[in-house]
Design a protein around this ligand. Structure first.
Ligand SMILES: [Cu+2]
Length: 302
């Protein structure tokens, strides 16, 4: 559940109000299903904002604006210790005991996108599904990447991830000790979905008219680097790990390293055309060994 309070806007009628966002996140154990051929149901741990629902993989999107203030109360309803860290933003890496809760308050930095995750347990907790995105938008609702920065017409958040079901999820969910020196993921996800769903999901596909700019806020929550290839046009990297890229680079393939973030601007070039956006590592295009049910989505020119 989230609530927004426009502090300065209410008090002063300011044109540039500072927003305060407040969230409750619950950590729970449960299952996550990947649909389509090769898909399966995996034991996961995740954050959710719905106490009566199971874990969400990825966790709920947190949103703020430049220099906004965010309060996140994290309730650990699991039987193991967990934590909540916004990478590059918050510094408290201490654990929240089972059954306990902790309040995190922070000011959001540059507009962009940030990974939040459980950093405990040698990456096992993150791999199990404890991750999500913090989106920081420009002040005042402007469709610019940051105040005074490049414009966009529409935006998507893409969270990529991977899971090693037999060696990590099956073991950790049953209380066993994962041998973290062996990681051979067999499920690769785009916004928690296999590619077959992600190529149809209207919150994931990049859809626009010729000339429009789509902003993709990309978070690699997985443990493998993602080499993402965009067909149909070149694009510009405008931010990497919260750092603005000026002048930005034109490319058709980007490498988003494990745990890192990137913002790209892609201009729709062709009407009535469909192009793929996919990971360039064949193995990572799969779920349960089935090709194209991995990290993939579509770019659609209307
Ligand atoms: Cu390609």
């Amino acid at each position: 559940m989230k609530t927004y309070i426009c502090l300065l806007g209410l008090l002063l009628g300011s044109a540039m109000p500072a927003y305060a966002a407040s969230y409750n996140l619950y950590i729970a154990a449960g299952t996550h299903t990947i649909n389509g051929a090769g898909g399966t149901t995996i034991n996961v741990w995740g954050y959710t904002d719905n106490l009566s629902a199971g874990p969400m993989v990825p966790g709920p999107e947190l949103a703020s604006t430049e220099n906004g203030s965010v309060t996140v109360t994290v309730h650990n309803n699991d039987t193991r210790p967990h934590n909540f860290v916004v990478l590059g933003v918050t510094t408290d890496t201490g654990s929240i005991v089972a059954g306990g809760s902790k309040i995190y308050t922070f000011t959001t930095p540059n507009a962009g996108v940030y990974l939040y995750a459980d950093t405990l347990n040698s990456n096992v907790n993150r791999e199990m599904g404890l991750y999500g995105a913090l989106v920081v938008r420009a002040a005042g609702g402007a469709k610019v990447v940051w105040t005074g920065g490049p414009k966009y017409d529409f935006e998507r958040v893409w969270i990529t991830s991977d899971m090693d079901k037999p060696r990590w999820n099956d073991i950790a969910s049953k209380g066993g000790t994962v041998n973290t020196s062996v990681y051979k993921p067999n499920y690769f996800m785009m916004n928690g979905m296999g590619g077959f769903d992600a190529m149809r999901d209207t919150n994931t596909t990049l859809v626009g008219s010729v000339g429009q700019y789509g902003l993709a806020r990309i978070v690699n929550a997985g443990l493998f680097d993602e080499s993402l290839h965009f067909h149909g046009n070149h694009m510009q990297v405008v931010m990497e790990n919260g750092k603005r890229q000026v002048p930005s680079e034109w490319t058709d393939t980007i490498n988003v390293k494990a745990g890192q973030t990137m913002l790209i601007l892609y201009q729709i070039k062709f009407a009535k055309n469909v192009f793929p956006m996919h990971v360039h590592t064949a193995q990572m295009e799969t779920s349960g060994g089935v090709y194209l049910n991995g990290v993939a989505t579509l770019i659609i020119g209307q």
